[in-house]
Ligand binder design. Structure first.
Ligand SMILES: [Zn+2]
Length: 451
């Protein structure tokens, strides 16, 4: 995105009585939210907390330990295996891998069985030819059962990042309460937490800010551990997190919010680096941040796929005008269909609906490509030929021009929102969105393969 997106406060919500939606928030030290904890500390810690709170588990973490075949390779002694004490270890390992859909407790018990069997073997044969392999398995199993209890090590946050996250945690928690008590919306809006988030983000030095963004990208990638993640969203997250290292500067906006190609651009597309001016006025809290990241990284992924000038238009550079016209028309129709589904859908709370409507409208603004062509040419960011082509595309697309710059981006952004809001995957809007996003993803991947 290049243009500043509309920045509205959520409108006054209407009364409703829907069940609570978990609002992700990270608040290390005082983790109140399960999703957040899942991202910061891992599944195991979430399971521990859920046992304490009685909240339903969304997924059970799976401990990873070498399989029996690999263990046998690592412990292939000279004697007959079936007559060795090693078979007791084999048996414990087999029992662990035979668990189907185990609870953490079952895994911890089975891993303990492996550790005990290893220790018995090692006590008997401390220096045998198989002992090194047995010790490796013991360590692996013991670390896994420890991790199931501890969760992975949480990142150590800078003070500035902690403060920013504290604000986002307040937004997440506040929105969750507003969704239960609509009358609280006015009081919540008066707190103006997005402005606090912006102020705190300005207090971070550039290195800390960049580090914080890497943490958030890590959280986005962490959603891949969620068994409930829809396939379409999984593919998108894998794709966009995969290009994140091309973004060499992530900063509090020094100019327009959004992603841009660093100049001078190298000859080789794969060497292109990008700058991400981050919108830290995160009015939708953590889902807003992760959705924003997915949106901006989609620009990078699309640029890598389509190589369509520094404007990063969302179509292969050699697409003829009539195809551009059709593509833009189809995208606009999809956006309209999504908007109609959204308006007929009472699944969403007012703050959610507002964000989604903003994205859908942002994605189909008229005249956008021509505007970008002029601006980028004036800044010397595109050649005269590129400007000419972009103006031709804009003319071909007509009122649907915006979909040539913002389409894949807003679809992917909304996928992240809907997942973090735990919207029912059978919801009609969600179903249509996933189909549209999958189609856009296929187009990017096809372009990437053709390159
Ligand atoms: Zn964008």
């Amino acid at each position: 995105m290049y243009a500043r997106e509309p920045r509205k406060q959520a409108g006054a919500p209407e009364p409703r009585t829907a069940a609570t939606t978990p609002a992700p928030a990270i608040r290390p030290g005082a983790p109140r939210d399960l999703l957040a904890l899942q991202r910061s500390a891992g599944n195991a810690a979430v399971v521990q907390l859920m046992k304490a709170t009685g909240a339903p588990a969304t997924s059970v973490p799976v401990a990873r330990v070498m399989d029996e075949e690999k263990f046998k390779e690592q412990t292939s002694g000279s004697g007959l295996r079936s007559r060795s004490a090693i078979t007791a270890v084999d048996k414990a390992l087999r029992a662990f891998h035979a668990l189907r859909d185990p609870s953490p407790e079952e895994q911890i018990a089975a891993l303990g069985g492996i550790v005990d069997a290893c220790l018995v073997y090692l006590a008997r044969k401390p220096n045998g030819p198989r002992s090194d392999g047995v010790e490796r398995l013991r360590q692996e199993a013991n670390v896994e059962r420890g991790t199931l209890v501890l969760g992975p090590k949480a990142p150590i946050l800078s003070e500035g990042e902690q403060r920013f996250r504290d604000v986002l945690a307040q937004i997440d928690a506040g929105l969750e309460l507003v969704r239960q008590h609509e009358f609280a919306a006015e009081a919540f809006n008066l707190r103006n937490l997005p402005q606090d988030a912006q102020r705190e983000s300005q207090g971070l030095d550039p290195a800390q800010f960049h580090q914080m963004m890497l943490h958030y990208i890590g959280e986005l990638g962490g959603l891949l551990d969620d068994d409930d993640l829809p396939d379409e969203t999984r593919t998108v997250i894998q794709e966009v997190v995969g290009v994140a290292d091309r973004v060499t500067t992530m900063r509090y906006p020094a100019g327009t919010i959004g992603t841009s190609v660093n100049h001078p651009a190298p000859d080789d597309l794969a060497d292109t680096e990008y700058t991400f001016n981050v919108d830290t006025q995160a009015r939708g809290g953590t889902p807003f941040m992760l959705g924003h990241i997915a949106h901006e990284l989609t620009h990078v992924a699309a640029h890598q796929a389509f190589n369509s000038s520094s404007v990063m238009a969302l179509a292969p550079i050699d697409t003829p005008g009539d195809e551009i016209a059709q593509l833009a028309r189809e995208r606009a129709q999809t956006m309209d269909a999504l908007l109609a589904l959204l308006r007929a859908d009472d699944t969403f709370h007012p703050d959610q609906r507002t964000l989604l409507e903003e994205k859908l409208n942002y994605g189909k603004e008229a005249g956008k490509l021509a505007r970008y062509a002029a601006t980028f040419r004036a800044r010397g960011r595109i050649s005269e030929d590129e400007e000419t082509r972009l103006r031709e595309w804009d003319a071909a697309a007509g009122v649907n021009s915006g979909t040539l710059v913002e389409y894949d981006t807003v679809l992917n952004q909304m996928l992240v929102y809907l997942h973090l809001w735990r919207i029912d995957q059978a919801d009609a809007f969600y179903v249509r969105l996933r189909a549209a996003a999958a189609e856009a993803t296929d187009r990017r991947l096809a372009a990437l393969q053709a390159a």
